[in-house]
Design a protein around this ligand. Sequence first.
Ligand code: FAD
Length: 378
Amino acid sequence: MRVAVVGAGAVGLTAARDLAASGAAVTVHDRGEPGSGASGRAAGVLYDAYAEDVDARLGARAMERFRALSGTRGFEFNECPYVMLARAGDAELAEAIGASAERMRSHGRPVETVAPADLGDRFPALRSDDVAAAAVATNAGWTDPGSYVEAMLGLAREAGAEIRANEPVAVDPGGPGVVACTPSASPTDEYDAVLVAAGAHTKEVLADAGIPVPLKSYRVQALTSRAAYDGPMCYDASAGVYFRPHPTGLLGGDGTVPEEADPDDWDRGADDWFRADLGDALGRRASHEPVVERAWAGLCTATPDGDPLLGEIREGVYVAAGWQGHGFMRAPATGEAIADWILGESAGIDPFDPARFTGEEEFEIREGMAVETGGDRP
Ligand SMILES: Cc1cc2nc3c(=O)[nH]c(=O)nc-3n(C[C@H](O)[C@H](O)[C@H](O)COP(=O)(O)OP(=O)(O)OC[C@H]3O[C@@H](n4cnc5c(N)ncnc54)[C@H](O)[C@@H]3O)c2cc1C
């Protein structure tokens, strides 16, 4: 079986590696360098703390694969608990934290509800006197996302995949079962299946092939700080920010701009308001005054219902996109799932089936209740 993967991000490379390891003849195309999309800009926060069963299952599988890879090929999974909390005065969010934690536990995820009075003893780096509700996910950690891309790139090559960088491709759904994938500067290549995992460009790549999908790209932001931080990963739902330890000190982010961004023309720098808001939130929650080392933006992709598009969208054409900011931490599992589908070894994941949309849907990019929906937690 000949398979083209469009996009050498965390998802495309995981799928490519798994496909090639199962005997498929795989060619991966990237318009730039591998990891030059969102995967190279991600914060590297990893957890399986999801309230929906399908997400929890994928999250758990992803953690398993991250751990199995850890310590090899320059990739490290750094164990670190993930604290989710809401401030007093945010009754709705506080309730949502408790309810989400219970649902996460009902799917077998190790998530404890922690009394605010105990939070400070357990995590002295966090200020807890204004906390109304907290939960701690223990199957969690962080990594350098670039190191995962590098590791997958090596494994994909070793399994026989060919990687073609700096080569944007177009997809042309041909006759039944055959899809032509046209590199801009070389003759048309034909494949039995094409996986479009092109991140923020997925909508364009598929639209050019006559396949509309309801995807919107939007900016999110992060920064690293040189000031020391020796605490857990934390999502402060009231402030709408997250942070984690980082080799230079701390990495913090969110800074979601819920407006559609043009994937070919967007601001890669961080906004002043984001730096200021994150600085305030870090001061309040972790007594951390950021000494900014680097601040940046990247593009995430949204769908009408907040769930990804993962599956076959036309005969021979598969899509994997629309992660709502959670694509990196689930990549080992979603890449595996789509590879299995392409190989005919599974029938896909129902709630993520791209056929649930016509592609013409109007929708707003949802920030929503991140705790309940999983929306914009990292
Ligand atoms: C600041 C920030 C922080 C984040 N933090 C986290 C986090 O902590 N945890 C988490 O899980 N997620 C996080 N995310 C989200 C995460 O980065 C993405 O969901 C994930 O990386 C998506 O991976 P991907 O492989 O689907 O896409 P991408 O990594 O975007 O890869 C798509 C690739 O397709 C290529 N491409 C596009 N068009 C073409 C074409 N025509 N031909 C060939 N190649 C093409 C691009 O060059 C790119 O390399 C964050 C995102 C940002 C921006």
